[in-house]
Design a protein around this ligand. Structure first.
Ligand code: PHE
Length: 334
């Protein structure tokens, strides 16, 4: 029995087989050693201690071997597990999904960088403004019809509002600094308008302002032409059409040649070849006086553009609401 047990123990490689072996030979119930002890009562007085000792000796020997074998198998299992689960630190890591800039942020950055290269600095204003900065200081008194041009969201009617354009920053900047002034102001603006494919109640503008001792409409034109060529391509041309803004005189609307035109049938510019992208003009002397500048000494020009509109032209889009719709299928294309 002893030899058979030991011989069977040798080739066992699984802990579960080992448990089976344990039960078969050493099991307290039907183990073979237990069965052997059953013959004890049939033996003579002299034989009993001899056989009993022999059985006990075999039992402890088998137990010793069993626990040694069990230790051994456990170690081997551990080594195998470590081998299998080993981490290959030289594998390249998994790429994390990182986002990217929103097309509006990107357009703002492109535009402001163009003006920064021309010597403008970027400043930001507040979205909640006073009637004074949004209208009065810009030569739009309380009963002025120009207020109808921009439907206002009032916080406190007649006093506090959501700015309808970035032009209040013209006044704030001039009040805070002495000429020469060269700033561009990107930011959100708000208008209480019916929302459709080309109008939203919240959108972005970029304001530009330059004030210096020598400054003419030709400087304005050259500056904007350079800007349009950098943003839309070197072949881009611009044209000025006379217009009206209360805070500039003279005022103009500025068109650029349509870069999406491939001959006839362009939907972007409706076949005309020109796209309106800017309002602009020479800073009204009333504003210069309002901020404490001497209008006989200083001139300035100002311009303002809608960022969504520029982004739509640049990317050939026909729907402004895509920008604020948070649809990743749209955003991921940029
Ligand atoms: N603030 C004007 C608008 O929102 C644009 C503009 C800015 C025009 C500066 C002239 C000069 O329509």
């Amino acid at each position: 029995l002893r030899e058979r047990a030991i011989a069977e123990l040798g080739p066992i490689t699984l802990l579960s087989d080992l448990d089976e072996w344990d039960i078969r030979y050493l099991g307290r119930n039907k183990g073979e050693l237990k069965n052997l002890s059953a013959i004890m009562p049939k033996l003579s007085k002299e034989e009993r201690p001899v056989v009993g000792q022999r059985i006990n000796a075999v039992k402890s020997e088998l137990e010793r071997q069993l626990s040694a074998k069990r230790e051994n198998l456990k170690q081997q299992e551990m080594i195998a597990a470590l081998e299998q689960e080993r981490i290959d630190v030289t594998l390249p890591g998994r790429a994390l999904p990182v986002g990217h800039m929103h097309p509006i942020s990107r357009t703002i950055r492109e535009v402001t960088q163009i003006f920064e290269r021309m010597g403008f600095s970027v400043v930001q204003g507040r979205e909640v403004e006073t009637d004074y900065y949004n209208f009065q200081a810009l030569n739009v008194p309380a009963d002025h019809p120009a207020r109808d041009m921009q439907d206002t969201f009032w916080v406190n009617p007649g006093q506090i509002l959501l700015r309808t354009h970035t032009s209040p920053m013209q006044v704030r900047t001039m009040k805070e600094t002495e000429p020469p002034v060269r700033v561009v102001v990107p930011g959100k603006v708000y208008r209480n308008e019916a929302v459709d494919a080309t109008h939203e109640a919240m959108f972005h503008q970029i304001e530009g302002l330059l004030v210096d001792e020598y400054c003419t409409m030709a400087d304005l034109k050259g500056c904007l032409e350079r800007f349009a060529q950098e943003l839309f391509g070197i072949d881009t041309k611009i044209r000025f059409r006379g217009s009206y803004f209360p805070f500039t005189e003279p005022s103009a609307e500025v068109d650029v040649t349509c870069s999406s035109c491939h001959g006839e049938g362009c939907r972007v510019c409706k076949y005309s070849g020109w796209l309106e992208v800017l309002g602009a003009g020479m800073v009204h002397p009333k504003l210069l006086r309002e901020v404490g500048y001497d209008p006989t000494k200083y001139r300035g020009f100002a311009f303002g553009m809608g960022v969504e509109r520029i982004a739509m032209l640049k990317y050939g889009l026909g729907e402004i609401r895509l920008f604020s719709g948070n649809d990743l299928r749209f955003l991921r294309q940029f």
